[in-house]
Write a protein that binds this ligand. Sequence first.
Ligand code: GBH
Length: 446
Amino acid sequence: MSTKYFPKDFLWGAATASYQIEGSPLADGAGSSIWHRFSHTPGNILNGDTGDVAADHYRRYKEDIALMKEMGLKGYRFSIAWPRIYPYGKGKINVKGMDFYDRLVDELLEAGITPFITLYHWDLPATLQDLGGWANRDIACWFADYADYMFQRLGDRVENWSTLNEPWVVAFVGHLFGEHAPGMKDIYSAFLVTHNQLRAHSKAVRAFREANIANGKIGITLSNTSHDPATDSMEDKIAAKVAHEWNNYPLFLHPIYYGDYPDTVKEFLKEYLPKNYYKDMEEIKEEIDFVGINYYSGDLVKFDPDSPLGGKSVKRGLPKTEMGWEIYPEGFYKILKGLQDEYNPKEVYVTENGAAFDDKVENGEVHDHKRIDYLKKHFEMAHKAIEDGVKLKGYFVWSLLDNFEWAFGYSKRFGIVYVDYNTQKRIIKDSGKWYSQIIKNNSLDF
Ligand code: GBH
């Protein structure tokens, strides 16, 4: 047996998002979000679930922080619900909503846990959607104003900030596939939303530099699925490259690092890009301090002349999680290594990695050995990536708690802590106990 050590000060943690765990979405003067509206519109969410109660974290945050402390987490990645701060998205500030995050941050620091804030994890103020949401160019200002207010209010205690969570999912799952809020199906809107998220992100980064937060670091969190060609044929290789550059970190990092969309996007998808998009590229190109990588799965890509992207996903036939996503840890390594080789970010964080399984409570325990196995294989790949030069500084398991899994409602459990939705009782799963040992030893045994 051999032991692999992680770097000193490696930030082991867990992640959540406001709408998925907090509940009480309209409490204390908060405004409605697009996810509140979307989940309350029949037919959008499995079993008609909503985030009205979720894991009741808004009221139980102290108990949840005590659990994090018990597990020995060093970091906690969470998001701020924009409509709690600005009920109408801009203008009037809701003091009580701000108070919640003030108390949350203080409680975390008290417990010795490093807060890692995501400014936008999909709960846009509904009022802003009525003005066009991410398709309205003004959103760059609305977002930067909101971000700036958060820097002023929490910057004295919080060093680590991520602007957007998975802008690809916001653009394409929300505006082309219609499966997420706001439920639109228009490819031109999806690319406009991609572009405006980039503009908003970089404007917020500039506000961050102005705010001059001591030891402050700001980045962006991107979704990734590894895409390998199904065969050695030139067609499949091109299709896989298009899928990678449109679907993964290049779509956003190419503009941020090099001031232009990736070549394949310009070659294959140019007609969908907003007219005169290049005029904004100079302001989009803006230095960031880290890249946040979310990774769950990997696919093969086959040439398909009928697809607008020139390719379609095919499965390898590997074991799957409850989401139906194949377990492919090697793809995690490829994403991390590719990121470092292609953009050479100063720092990298795994902002999400984890799996949904069909957890059962047995005598007050949850023996989720499949999740342990999943995490172990992915930790191993992260370790290999570090050995090969990836500047990985931390790792947030998705998720701390079982929660509202968007269109799938409460039917999918990703937590390392089990939540009984009838009683709101929490149980640390076997994976959570196993994870505390990894954190304590800062190493992995093989
Ligand atoms: C994240 O989204 C979210 O940030 C988080 O809120 C959410 O709860 C969590 O993941 C779990 O879903 O078809 O096999 O190639 C992840 C979104 C999931 C989008 C994987 C791409 C492709 C899987 N991504 N998906 S596959």
